[in-house]
Write a protein that binds this ligand. Structure first.
Ligand code: PEP
Length: 261
């Protein structure tokens, strides 16, 4: 049985003060949610927050008493050096964060990150002990042009070059986020999301092995809200959700966590 992974991506929201306030409210919500506490303690559900670099230290400190994972939204592939404005993997682990998002669609499309660069980031993350969440997903134009599966295959294969099956299954997570569904209010239908997540599991089988494919955690992201979580999470190849907008408020995110149980 694969564990469920319910993650929030705060994007460029919540500085240190708002982060502190969020976790004190989320902690109170968690106290009242016995069923969530039990699932997390049993290892059947994980709750994660990907927060801005400037809020990482606060998040790690204030969330210390909570059974949640804290991760970064991005990292550079070099450990240190002349890369003004960047954050390295060792800096993230030094703070105490354990996970990192790689290749979120906003990184791919706004900041023009390439598959080759993302592959370097994946290797750098694994090397310093971070769990890397590699995001893949097609644009509306690519979907309408019948290219969605080709794009996802390319992002999967290129992003994972040089990674072995053991690492993929145990040190990585794949998040399918169709670009046209991110922040737009348009969610992929449960069947569309499942079709692509099933395709990704098939790629894991083809490029690695049955065991890796069976163990790989695959998330769906794109306008996930409390009211569409149940349908998405009940799909056979979807193990969790990556949530942007609805993860910014403790109560709406907790409702997603509960609905995913
Ligand atoms: C995201 O930022 O990863 C995301 C899926 O955003 P939203 O839930 O707001 O569509």
């Amino acid at each position: 049985m694969r564990r469920k992974f319910i993650a929030g991506n705060w994007k460029m929201n919540h500085g240190p003060a708002a982060t502190s306030e969020f976790f004190s409210k989320f902690g109170a919500e968690l106290k009242d949610a016995k069923e969530v506490q039990e699932a997390v303690a049993a290892g059947t559900e994980e709750i994660a927050f990907f927060v801005p670099a400037v809020s990482l230290l606060t998040a790690v400190n204030v969330a210390k008493e909570l059974p949640v994972i804290v991760g970064a939204e991005n990292m550079h592939w070099e450990k240190s050096g002349a890369f003004t404005g960047e954050t390295s993997g060792p800096m993230i682990t030094e703070i105490g964060a354990t996970h990192v998002l790689i290749g979120h669609s906003e990184r791919r499309h706004i900041f023009r990150e390439t598959d080759e660069e993302l592959n370097k980031k994946v290797h750098a993350a694994i090397e310093c002990g971070l769990v890397a969440v590699l995001c893949v997903g097609e644009t509306l134009e690519e979907r309408e042009g019948g290219k969605a599966f080709d794009v996802i295959k390319r992002q999967f294969v290129e992003g994972l070059k040089g990674i072995d099956g053991e690492t993929l299954a145990h040190k990585m997570i794949i998040a399918y986020e169709p670009v046209w569904a991110i922040g737009t209010g348009k969610t992929a239908s449960d069947a569309d999301a499942e079709e692509v997540c099933g395709f990704i599991r098939g790629l894991a089988k083809e490029n690695f092995c049955d065991k890796t494919a069976g163990e790989l955690i695959i998330l769906y992201g794109g306008s996930v809200k409390a009211d569409n979580t149940k349908g998405i999470i009940s799909q056979a190849d979807i193990d969790g959700v990556l949530v942007g907008g609805a993860s910014l408020k403790p109560d709406s995110f907790m409702q997603i966590v509960k609905n995913a149980l």
